[in-house]
Design a protein around this ligand. Sequence first.
Ligand code: 6GU
Length: 226
Amino acid sequence: MLIHIISAVPELLESPFAHSIMKRAAEKGLLNIHTHNLRKWAINKHGQIDDYQYGGGAGMVMMCEPLVNAIEELQQETKFDEIIYMTPDGPTFNQQMANQLSMKENLLIICGHYKGIDERVREHYITKEISIGDYVLSGGELAAAVVVDAIGRLLPGVLNDETSALTDSFQDNLLAPPVYTRPADFKGWKVPDILLQGDPKKVEDWRQEQSLLRTQTRRPDLLDKE
Ligand code: 6GU
């Protein structure tokens, strides 16, 4: 998968993809991330990419011209399946959206800042908008990193058996069961017996039951989903 990201602060996107599973995905050639500094398409030598909003009011708006020039330049080389705008007023990201996006080939992600981007860019270029939750971040970069991580780990070959995404919370609208590792007794706090007995069928039944119990107590709303 190829992901291009346009940002006014691309430095914010370095570390999230430089370690652990995202790093391995890149090294294996499964996930190719290119970040672009929007200032490269600034309208003048001062590096201007934003301006005051029409009608007045506090906060700058990211201008059409730099964004459109950036998008169109990248489009000359790549046919994007989606052009995504990260914005708190978009639909809330979830595992189902991650699953769907993980099946695309080429994505372009636009990170907004300040009061957001000129509405005309949204109308004419953006094909999908994503929020990561009901709170406001100072820019779309951290949200984009969240989305790319959630997508990247689903790509075939990125995770091994040990880290398989099939047993993740949310994959079947259930939360994951509790997990334990050595020692079996820590300060007198014991690992559930059933996990130590070596009966895979019993372990599977226990995990299923714990998943359901966890979901009922913590996220009953998930059980109403189809
Ligand atoms: Cl995608 N962007 C910003 N700026 N704030 C957010 C968000 C995105 N998602 C939740 N809050």
